[in-house]
Design a protein around this ligand. Structure first.
Ligand code: CA
Length: 189
């Protein structure tokens, strides 16, 4: 019996509160309970998305908006590209001298040497057209003074060649370490 009475009292109080709220709302005074539906919508609209940071996977190093990975195992150019593909990447493309120096510095930090290394340049499709395997435009080059050897069997691009640590075209089945690249990913902080 007591429970029934308590329930009835509770319901009466809720009704009275609702009525008073309606009255107050008519006089521009009710702004807390019950929350108007438009206020609820507004609160969800004003929630800002989490701040994000462009990052690289563990073991990859970041230069601008790209991630790079030095792969020490010697492979042919095609096998090196296929290895990059298994990680959602391509052999690295290089688009300016600063980017090239940054990649060189990372390789030197990892290997304590400026090792000859595959990057993603190739003229396998047409002897006078160099392409990057990641599909970006080949607008920058850092060839060694006597390269590229246009017309010969040398169709793939290695970096860190010779005393100047510049670019050399060599036969694609030479076994070399490689550098993969992929874009940075948006990650929530
Ligand atoms: Ca060459």
């Amino acid at each position: 019996m007591k429970i029934v009475i308590l329930c009835v009292l509770g319901c009466v109080m809720m009704v009275l509160a609702g009525v008073s709220c309606i009255w107050l709302r008519l006089t521009n005074g009710c702004s807390y309970w019950p929350a108007p539906a438009d206020a609820l919508v507004k609160s969800t609209e004003t929630v800002k998305p989490e701040l994000v940071n462009r990052s690289c996977s563990k073991g990859w190093f970041k230069i601008n908006n790209s991630c790079f990975l030095y792969v020490p195992k010697p492979r042919s150019w095609a096998e090196a590209e296929r290895n990059c593909l298994t990680m959602g990447a391509h052999l690295a493309s290089v688009h300016n001298i600063n980017e090239y120096h940054e990649i060189q510095k990372k390789i030197a930090a990892i290997t304590h040497d400026y090792k000859e290394t595959w990057i993603g340049g190739s003229n396998a499709q047409q002897v006078d057209v160099w392409l990057w395997s990641d599909g970006t435009i080949f607008h920058f080059s850092n060839w060694c003074p006597t390269d590229p050897n246009i017309g010969g069997p040398q169709r793939c691009l290695q970096m860190n060649h010779g005393a100047q640590k510049c670019w050399n075209d060599v036969e694609c089945d030479v076994l070399l370490p490689s550098v993969c690249t992929k874009k940075t990913q948006l990650i929530q902080r």
